[in-house]
Design a protein around this ligand. Structure first.
Ligand SMILES: Cc1cc2nc3c(=O)[nH]c(=O)nc-3n(C[C@H](O)[C@H](O)[C@H](O)COP(=O)(O)O)c2cc1C
Length: 203
C-alpha cells in the first residue's frame, strides 16, 4: 500500500514538473509573439527628430534587418546608401522636401539593383523586394526606440533623377525610397487602420 502511494505521488510530481516546464515554454513564446505584434501595431511614421546622432551598431542593425527581408527567388536585388553627412542630408531635404530629412540623423536610400532582378515580366518584383526591406528597416528602427519615415522616390522620375545626382547612384540602380531616421522628437499615436471591409475570407 505504502509503495503504491509513493508511486502515485512520484508520478504526480513528475507530471506537475513536466506541465510547469511546458507552460513556461509556451508562455515564453507567447511573450515573444506579443512583443513582435506590439512593435508592428505601435509603429508610426516619425518626421521630426532630435539632433542626437545614431551609433554605427544601430545603423548596422537596421541594414541587417533590411537584408533579412524576403525577396522573389531570393535575388536580394537591393543596394542601400547610408547618408550621415549633415550637409548632404540638408541638400537632399532642400531638393526633395518630401524626404523629411531636415532634422534626421541619417537617411537610408533603398535602391533596386537592376543587375540582380528577375527577367522579363518578373523584373518588377524588385519593387516588392525593396519594399519588404524598407518595412523591415522601419520596424527595426521602432524596436530600437528610433523614429523613421518611408518617403517615396520611384516611380516619380523627377525625384529619381534628383536623388541619383545627389547621392551618386549609378544607372544600374533605381532609388525606390528614402528612409529618414533619428531619435524621435514627436510621438504621434499609431493610426488604427483595422477595417473589416478590407478583407474577405474564402473558406
Ligand atoms: C510608398 C510610400 C511613400 C511614402 N512617401 C512619403 C513621403 O514622401 N513623405 C512623407 O512624409 N511620408 C511618406 N510616406 C509615409 C506615409 O505618409 C505614412 O506611412 C502614412 O501616412 C501612414 O502613417 P503611418 O506610417 O504613421 O502608419 C510614404 C509611405 C509609403 C508606403
Amino acid at each position: 500500500m505504502q509503495v503504491l502511494v509513493i508511486a502515485v505521488l512520484s508520478a504526480a510530481l513528475i507530471m506537475a514538473v513536466v506541465l510547469l516546464v511546458m507552460n513556461k515554454r509556451r508562455s515564453g513564446s507567447v511573450c515573444d509573439a506579443d512583443a513582435v505584434i506590439n512593435n508592428i501595431m505601435t509603429r508610426s511614421s516619425i518626421r521630426a527628430f532630435t539632433n542626437e546622432p545614431l551609433i554605427d551598431s544601430q545603423i548596422e542593425t537596421l541594414l541587417r534587418a533590411g537584408m533579412a527581408a524576403p525577396s522573389a527567388r531570393n535575388k536580394q536585388p537591393w543596394k542601400f546608401v547610408v547618408v550621415k553627412s549633415r550637409p548632404l542630408l540638408r541638400q537632399i531635404a532642400d531638393s526633395l522636401p518630401n524626404t523629411r530629412l531636415t532634422s534626421a540623423a541619417c537617411a537610408i536610400v533603398v535602391c533596386g539593383d537592376m543587375t540582380k532582378t528577375l527577367d522579363g515580366v518578373d523584373r518588377d518584383f524588385w519593387i516588392h523586394d525593396c519594399s519588404a526591406a524598407t518595412e523591415n528597416i522601419l520596424l527595426a528602427a521602432h524596436a530600437l526606440g528610433l523614429g523613421a519615415v518611408w518617403t517615396g522616390i520611384f516611380p516619380n522620375p523627377d525625384r529619381v533623377d534628383k536623388l541619383r545626382g545627389l547621392t551618386d547612384i549609378p544607372e544600374s540602380q533605381i532609388p525606390l525610397c528614402v528612409i529618414a531616421i533619428g531619435r524621435p522628437a514627436e510621438s504621434p499615436a499609431p493610426k488604427d487602420k483595422w477595417n473589416p471591409e478590407n478583407y474577405r475570407m474564402i473558406e
